[in-house]
Design a protein around this ligand. Sequence first.
Ligand code: FE
Length: 186
Amino acid sequence: MTMAVANEVILLMRQRGGASYFGEPVSQLEHALQAAWLASLAGASRQLVLAALLHDVGHLLHNLPESIASEGVDTAHEIAGYDWILRRFGPIVAEPARYHVAAKRYLCAVEPEYRATLSPASLESLQLQGGPMDEGQIRAFEALPCYREAVMVRRWDDEAKVPGLVVPGIEEYREIIESECLRLMN
Ligand code: FE
């Protein structure tokens, strides 16, 4: 069972991850691997490393073209990804991924300098995602048990766009995938 899930995750990443990451200079797979590696370097928990690896898995589950944000469509990839991650790894891994888009809207509201660090593609999707949070949304977001983790995933997400960066490959995460899957079953 756990081996089947690991094979599923690795196959999905390999087969669907070659597409470019929505207007960014890296592929989906490169983006996921860089985000997970940044989480590892930061000393994040195994669950949070896995959340960073899978935060955009929702993009791999649909068949929409990569130019989708330019066409004014918000794919709500974080919701599709959330359901998928939740069933395999539970809420500790799924929740930070679910809220990584909200975390962008949050950071745009509470850190004036954050917005300037966003890539053009990320700024474009921000508007579709609702723009910066207002006061009430900020308070509601900070009340989430996972909001700090969601913000951490967001920051790794933003940095994981370096063309050609050499980082550990997807097989390196097989053990974490299997053990986190097993944790949920027990
Ligand atoms: Fe991302």
